[in-house]
Design a protein around this ligand. Structure first.
Ligand SMILES: [Zn+2]
Length: 164
C-alpha cells in the first residue's frame, strides 16, 4: 500500500536529524508498525506488560532526577540522570513535549547498564515502540525484562505496586 502524505511526513520524524540527531530507526529497514508488532510479540511470549517496563523506567528516571546529576542508589541499581536543557516532540506526532532527560541505570551486582531517555519511556508506554534495531536508544524488550525482572528479587509483570 502506498503511504499517504500524512504517513510519509510521520515516517520522516523517525529519520536522523529530524527530531533526534541519530533518528529512531538505526539500521532497521522495517516499517515502524512491524518493529512494534515483533517487540509486542516478544513481550507477550514473556508475559510482561509494556506498561510494567515503562513504569520501571519512569520510576528510575524520577529517582535519578532527585540526585541532581549525582548518582543515586536504589534497589541494587545505580542511577544517573542528565537533563540536556531542552524538550523533544514525540515522532508519532501527537502534541506535547518531553524533557531531554537521559538516564543511565546500572545493575550494581552485574555491572550491566542501560541508557534511555524520557522520550523512550513515552514511546514504550504509549506506542509500544522500543526503537529500530541498531538505533542509539534501542531497548531490547527481552533484555529489559531480564534487567528489571530477574534481578534484585523484583516481582515481574503486572504488579500494581510498581505503577507510578
Ligand atoms: Zn507519542
Amino acid at each position: 500500500m502506498k503511504p499517504t502524505p500524512e504517513e510519509e511526513r510521520l515516517m520522516n520524524n523517525f529519520l536522523p536529524g529530524k527530531i533526534s540527531k541519530d533518528g529512531f530507526l538505526g539500521s532497521d529497514s522495517r516499517h515502524i508498525h512491524d518493529i512494534i508488532e515483533e517487540d509486542m510479540r516478544i513481550l507477550e511470549a514473556l508475559d510482561v506488560d509494556r506498561t510494567y517496563l515503562a513504569d520501571r523506567l519512569h520510576f528510575f528516571i524520577r529517582r535519578g532526577r532527585e540526585g541532581l546529576e549525582m548518582p543515586v542508589e536504589e534497589e541494587g541499581y545505580r542511577i544517573e540522570v542528565h537533563w540536556q536543557r531542552g524538550m523533544l516532540p514525540c515522532p508519532f506526532g501527537e502534541p506535547g513535549l518531553h524533557p531531554k532527560l537521559m538516564a543511565f541505570v546500572t545493575h550494581s551486582a552485574s555491572g550491566k547498564t542501560i541508557r534511555y531517555s524520557q522520550l523512550s519511556v513515552h514511546l514504550i508506554r504509549r506506542h509500544g515502540f522500543f526503537g529500530g534495531k541498531g538505533s542509539f536508544f534501542r531497548l531490547q524488550p527481552r533484555e529489559l525484562v531480564h534487567f528489571f525482572c530477574d534481578r534484585a528479587g523484583l516481582a515481574c509483570a503486572k504488579d500494581p505496586e510498581t505503577a507510578d
